[in-house]
Design a protein around this ligand. Structure first.
Ligand code: SF4
Length: 93
């Protein structure tokens, strides 16, 4: 089985610069809720800052849906698949 690092190395992203397919509330007040995403995102796109806020970079998203399941309507404000031809393209299974 490939590791996530190996998968990422063979994965190509077409980043849609004009349209963030996921939007988050960086200052959501519940720390536990933010930490769920920090720990759960396989691409490590959610990062907690020293001031307790979250940063999020949608560009490396694997579209796994984990953050949508965990926190849509809370930290995650919007979750859509990227527009046609944008987003992740898996080149190995
Ligand atoms: S969909 Fe998956 S890879 Fe993308 S930000 Fe959410 S948890 Fe991370």
């Amino acid at each position: 089985m490939m590791t996530i690092e190996a998968k990422l190395a063979t994965t190509r992203f077409n980043v849609d610069e004009d349209n963030a397919h996921i939007e988050v509330d960086p200052n959501y007040p519940d720390m536990a809720e933010k930490m769920k995403l920090v720990n759960a995102c396989p691409a490590r796109l959610y990062r907690l800052q020293d001031d307790g806020s979250l940063t999020f970079d949608y560009a490396g998203c694997l579209e796994c849906g984990t953050c949508r399941i965990l926190s849509l309507g809370k930290v995650v404000k919007k979750w859509e698949y990227p527009r046609d031809t944008q987003g992740v393209e898996f080149r190995e299974g």
